[in-house]
Design a protein around this ligand. Structure first.
Ligand code: SAM
Ligand code: SF4
Length: 346
């Protein structure tokens, strides 16, 4: 493992916390560890995707070095995502290694967003490495519809993975993308299912990221409408926001469980944004909805010490924009941002 200590005392590397021009502390890093996936969800990827050549992708050691640099600069929460993080070869080595920052207390949480397909295989090891919570994406409980949405996925495999994860002691939050005419009618049933199993449930609005095969205006379902409908037969009590993120939570009084709404299009969450996103090629996106990015791979590969890397991180955080300007409408049926969600990570 690369040593991340300063080797040249004449060049001091900042240990300062990362604070952007709007005074927001960056304490949350999401890392896409691969752009590859064993599913082809219709809102996320085209069926025929071209993935990155291996040399472009950071090695596991490089990912460790980068994540550790951010932890040193005050990042408290690391989320590994993708693509599908658990299809990256050797991923457990990276997770186990990053777990050392939990042991020292420098990192408060190490977590993943996964499609659940590999959880039977990895659940126990994830727990042993210090992971305590996972987000698992499940858009429907109907096996045929699951196949239609994910193209290559199998619902029974994912549900079995969730069983294994809960048995291993991992706390699960289910994420579902709300899709008009696809799973909208199933939402109450899914919320009930999740809450009965002690899992939080969060709905996500589709975001205009990357070219896909279909028309996004056909998929877009505003969550304000979903919430309005759920309000007719459930009592939804607003909960104070504790995540600093884009989710707004309510308690469903009838089930006792938490229900979240991630509404990047109908609710502007940017003012409390505490996060940045790193791709598997070492590109840092300061905002999910903007094209501006910083290349951290070049400074990372340029030298064994972290001076150049830390400088590049400082420059990047100094450019974190105030917010995004997503829009989906019929006149502008183009992705607001060309890269796919599987590149930046969800
Ligand atoms: N493969 C993992 C999974 O599916 O959970 C992790 C990566 S995936 C890109 C992360 C999350 O982004 C998933 O919950 C997925 O449903 C969501 N997602 C993908 N494309 C999206 C889009 N265009 N709009 C909104 N959410 C999207
Ligand atoms: Fe894969 Fe996740 Fe994208 Fe689905 S949403 S294609 S599981 S990366």
């Amino acid at each position: 493992m690369a040593d991340t200590t300063v080797t040249n005392p004449s060049m001091s590397v900042s240990d300062d916390e990362l604070i952007d021009p709007f005074g927001r502390h960056v304490t949350y890093l999401r890392v896409s560890v691969t752009d590859r996936c064993d599913f082809r969800c219709v809102y996320c990827m085209a069926e025929d995707m071209t993935f990155l050549p291996k040399k472009e992708v950071l090695t596991l050691e490089e990912l460790d070095r980068l994540c550790s640099a951010f932890v040193r600069r005050g990042v408290k929460k690391l989320r590994l995502t993708g693509g599908e993080p658990l299809v990256r070869k050797g991923i457990l080595t990276l997770i186990e290694s990053l777990g050392r920052h939990l042991d020292t207390g420098d990192l408060e949480e190490l977590t993943l967003t996964t499609n659940g397909s590999q959880l039977r295989k990895y659940a126990k090891d994830l727990y042993a490495a210090g992971v305590r919570r996972l987000n698992v994406s499940v858009d429907t409980l109907d096996p045929d519809r699951f196949k239609e949405i994910t193209r290559w996925g199998r619902l029974d495999q994912v549900l079995d993975g969730i069983d294994a994860a809960q048995d291993a002691g991992l706390k699960i939050k289910i994420n579902a993308v709300a899709l008009k005419g696809v799973n909208a009618h199933e939402i109450p049933q899914m919320v009930t299912w999740a809450h009965e199993r002690g899992m939080d449930f969060t709905l996500i609005e589709t975001m205009p990221l990357g070219d896909i095969d279909g028309d996004r205006t056909d998929q877009y379902l505003p969550l304000s409408a979903v919430r309005g409908e759920l309000n007719q037969y459930w009592t939804l009590t607003d909960l104070p926001d504790r995540t600093g993120g884009p989710a707004r939570y309510v308690r469903v009084e009838e089930t006792g469980g938490r229900l979240g709404f991630i509404t990047p299009l109908t609710h502007n969450f940017c003012e409390s944004c505490n996060r940045v996103r790193l791709t598997c090629t070492g590109t840092l996106y300061m905002c999910l909805g903007q094209e501006d990015a910083a290349d951290l791979r070049a400074p990372l590969r340029a030298s064994d010490d972290n001076d150049l890397l830390m400088q590049a991180i400082d420059e990047a955080i100094g450019r974190k924009p105030k917010g995004h300007d997503f829009i989906i409408d019929r006149r502008q049926n183009k992705p607001a941002v060309k890269r796919h969600m599987s590149v930046t990570g969800g």
